[in-house]
Design a binder for this molecule. Structure first.
Ligand code: AHG
Ligand code: MN
Ligand code: MN
Length: 368
């Protein structure tokens, strides 16, 4: 419905109106995402951000996603003075901050309001939860969401950047699905700026080419502006983010790889938060992120809430992902358990190839 010439014009008009004329400076004449636009409504101190993107072909693929959650979480974060524990644990046994719970609630409220999701599961609510409209009210295509409302809860008290991660699957349910089935993913970073990076898979774009773009929350957190219209990851880049470095003690392949990065004068960019650490690759268009496990330092990252959505974004931007211990895109790993964990490597194609060379050869990793 919105494909082709008419869709392009409509999209540009919408973006100009809603993101402001600044879009012109991003060269939007060549900006070919006829399926995407933003709307926002601001009332008093409550910020409502509505992200709508319609899939152009065939028309019934039109979908709507409501991302008021990011703006809401930004306001929540800004008003927290202390990061106190709620005295509760999530199902994985992690201590929950009040902010973990508030952020989780903000996302659930947003997606319930959207009426386009059947099911949602999160790090803090790790069950497939029905969030769909009352039976009979569902119209059009519906989706399911896996999310981490607050990634980086152990570094937020230090005022490091933290994030939120969203993976969007078509249909009902996330169990048994693969990351490659996602139609889109989104990652918010709460740092000096609040940004939202959005990956649209090939099926969500009329050109059939995946795209990754970024918007920034501005004007006292009332407006979203397009800040990058196309994010691409170059094939190489000597910037490294070596997660779970404690595993180098009893994982000799990982130790050798880290020594290689150091002796070849790679630049270290590591914060301890997966979102900013991977986002650094998007920002600089290059680099490598690893989070590798060992017998004594177990894998921590969750496939559903963290790895699949971020991995989808990396691959949409032209980067490569792999399971830590065998040559397989993280998007091809089925989600068999909501709490499934794994080690990974993400980033520039040649850097991930180097990772595989160190980790998978010469009697390298044999783990599943
Ligand atoms: P969360 O705050 O959602 O529990 O996840 C934090 C994760 C991830 O962001 C990061 O890469 C990893 O924990 C770091 O773990 P360690 O500090 O244990 O290395
Ligand atoms: Mn997390
Ligand atoms: Mn979390």
């Amino acid at each position: 419905m919105y494909g082709g010439f008419l869709g392009n014009i409509l999209t540009r008009v919408m973006i100009w109106m809603l993101c402001g004329l600044k879009c012109l400076s991003f060269g939007l004449n060549s900006f070919m995402i006829p399926s995407f636009w933003f709307a926002y409504i601001s009332t008093h101190s409550f910020i409502y951000c509505r992200l709508v993107f319609a899939i152009s072909s065939p028309p019934h693929y039109k979908i709507e996603y409501y991302f008021l959650a990011t703006a809401h979480i930004a306001v929540l974060m800004m008003n927290y003075v202390e990061h106190t524990y709620a005295g509760t644990q999530n199902e994985s046994g992690d201590e929950q901050l009040h902010l973990d719970i508030d952020s989780d609630n903000a996302v659930f409220a947003a997606i319930r309001a959207s009426q386009v999701f059947w099911i949602a599961a999160s790090e803090e609510t790790p069950v497939e939860t029905n969030v769909g409209p009352a039976s009979g009210l569902a119209t059009g295509n519906m989706f399911s969401l896996g999310f981490d409302p607050l990634d980086g809860s152990s570094i937020i008290d230090a005022n490091f950047s933290v994030g939120s991660i969203f993976g969007i699957w078509p249909g009902k349910g996330v169990l048994g699905r693969k990351g490659s089935e996602q139609v889109a993913s989104a990652v918010a970073v709460h740092g000096p700026r609040t940004t939202l990076c959005i990956a649209l898979g090939a099926s969500a774009v009329s050109t059939q080419k995946p795209i990754v773009l970024e918007v920034t929350l501005v004007h006292n957190r009332h407006t979203w502006e397009l800040s990058r219209d196309a994010i691409h990851i170059q094939d190489e880049g000597k910037v490294f983010a070596p997660g779970n470095l404690r595993a180098t003690n009893d994982n000799p392949q990982y130790n050798a790889l880290v020594q290689h990065w150091i002796s070849n004068r790679y630049t270290l960019r590591y914060s301890g938060g997966m979102v900013p650490d991977v986002y650094h690759i998007f920002a600089k268009s290059k680099g490598v992120f690893s989070n590798v496990s060992s017998e004594k330092a177990k894998a921590k990252l969750r496939l559903l809430y963290e790895v699949a959505p971020l991995g989808f974004m990396v691959e949409c931007a032209g980067g490569v992902t792999t399971h830590e211990a065998h040559d397989q895109s993280v998007l091809d790993i089925p989600i068999e358990d909501l709490d499934q964990r794994l080690g990974v490597c993400f980033g520039s194609a040649k850097e991930v190839a180097l990772y595989k060379q160190f980790m998978f050869t010469n009697g390298g990793a044999t783990k599943k």
